[in-house]
Design a protein around this ligand. Structure first.
Ligand SMILES: [Zn+2]
Length: 357
């Protein structure tokens, strides 16, 4: 047991009471069975001397415990659902004063836990989330936001800070497989009208491999075929690929309604040089810009400025890999695969978002 700020006595009581306030705060394992549970598990509690306490499912598993099938303490989704509800509540009551304590009471959790968990699920604190909703509703931009945010949150995506590291971790696919043009793979795709025009998103099993703007759904489909000539492309009806659908909603919300940057796994495909360039781009913060030569230096290839520009131009994951944040050294816009107008809009929006309110 590690840094749980509760006494054993408190935890034993929480288990005896099956107190929902502690669900997500700790899990307990029973040494006689090797099974670990949520404090709220309906199973009969073991003798206190046989209990061991852990901060989360992961530490219990590291200690060799198996998850209980009844209370599924390793089901992250169950936790997320409570926070989705909380986020919805904040949305509908954004004009009220919502203290962290009141929010925590509402979901019968401790304020500290709500703060930490909300941040880890959505990438923003409840307060910052409320502020952004307020800001949006002032702009009258939240007309159909409810449905859209619902979709993101039910998938558990919609955060910012974890995006970069996660995206870097999610890189799959070798250059060889890429050169084969996606042979033998199924790529699902979907399309939306956004504030920046038609947007297509496509994904393999590993993550999003294609995000592009275009003039029509047809031209985007053609573009997808050009990029992955040998893959089997499958149009994704909402019911079949909920994840992809939630991702494109999240990105649309981000673009059209100033929603948080979505937290989406990426499947980067390219040469080693391109991939290192794109990874570097993932590290540029919202509202920041860099020059092509900054990037070249950043990846340890200071002379490869033109190759960097070309790798930016070959980026096929618009916005999520923020190649729009790379400018010429003299501050000029440089190029953008999806038109300079879009690049300008993206940069303006990010700058405005970053400006102190
Ligand atoms: Zn259980």
């Amino acid at each position: 047991m590690t840094n749980i700020s509760l006494s054993v006595k408190q935890m034993v009581k929480a288990i005896a009471d099956r107190d929902p306030k502690y669900d997500g705060v700790f899990v307990y394992g029973v040494i006689t069975t090797g099974v670990y549970c949520r404090p709220t598990c309906p199973s009969r509690a073991a003798l206190p001397e046989n209990l061991r306490f852990f901060t989360d499912a992961r530490s219990a598993e590291i200690a060799g415990m198996r998850a209980c099938k009844r209370c599924a303490p390793n089901d992250r989704y169950q936790d997320i659902e409570r926070f989705v509800e909380l986020a919805r509540y904040i949305e509908t009551n954004a004009h009220e004063t919502l203290s962290l304590k009141a929010l925590a009471d509402r979901c019968q959790l401790s304020p500290a836990y709500v703060q930490r968990k909300f941040l880890s699920v959505f990438g923003v604190s409840p307060k910052a989330y409320q502020d952004s909703i307020r800001l949006n509703s002032v702009k009258g931009a939240l007309k159909d936001g409810d449905e859209i945010t619902g979709a993101i949150f039910s998938a558990g995506y919609g955060s910012t800070s974890r995006f970069y590291t996660k995206a870097v971790k999610h890189i799959g696919m070798t250059p060889t497989a890429y050169r084969a043009g996606g042979a033998g793979e199924v790529i699902s795709y979907c399309c939306r009208q956004t504030s920046l025009g038609w947007l297509m998103m496509a994904a393999t099993k590993k993550g999003v491999c294609f995000v592009m703007f275009g003039e029509s759904a047809e031209s985007l489909k053609t573009q997808l075929q050009v990029e992955f000539p040998k893959a089997e492309l499958s149009m994704s009806p909402v019911s079949q690929d909920k994840e992809l659908d939630a991702w494109i909603d999240a990105l649309d919300l981000h673009l059209s309604k100033n929603g948080p940057r979505p937290d989406i796994p990426l499947d980067l495909r390219g040469t080693a040089f391109q991939i290192s360039t794109w990874k570097y781009l993932l590290s540029i913060a919202d509202g920041d810009v860099v020059s092509y030569s900054n990037v070249a230096e950043g990846i340890g290839r200071p002379k490869a400025v033109r190759a960097v520009a070309s790798a930016c131009g070959k980026n096929r994951i618009a916005v999520l890999i923020p190649c729009h944040r790379v400018l010429r050294a003299d501050g000029g816009l440089g190029g953008y695969r999806w038109s300079l107008d879009r690049k300008r809009v993206l940069l303006d929006v990010e700058r405005a978002r970053r400006a102190p309110q």
